[in-house]
Ligand binder design. Structure first.
Ligand SMILES: [Zn+2]
Ligand SMILES: [Zn+2]
Length: 66
């Protein structure tokens, strides 16, 4: 899956693993701003490692960083 902003391979910024949506979840290619994408590896909000785009809300005030 490519990042919808920088069009580079989408790699999770938190765990540095490439994000691959499961087959059948092609709706992720049509990302909607109100839809959160959770990394299946580290279960955090997916952030593009290349451009830093957050696929979801940044909840730094509510979610404690790990
Ligand atoms: Zn991750
Ligand atoms: Zn990106």
């Amino acid at each position: 899956m490519k990042c919808s902003f920088c069009e580079q391979p989408l790699v999770c910024k938190a765990c540095h693993k490439p994000f691959h949506p499961r087959q059948g979840q092609t709706h992720l290619s049509a990302y909607q701003p109100d839809m959160e994408v959770i990394c299946p590896e580290c279960h955090q909000v997916l952030v593009c490692r290349a451009c830093g785009y957050v696929y979801g809300e940044e909840d730094e005030d509510e979610a404690p960083p790990r």
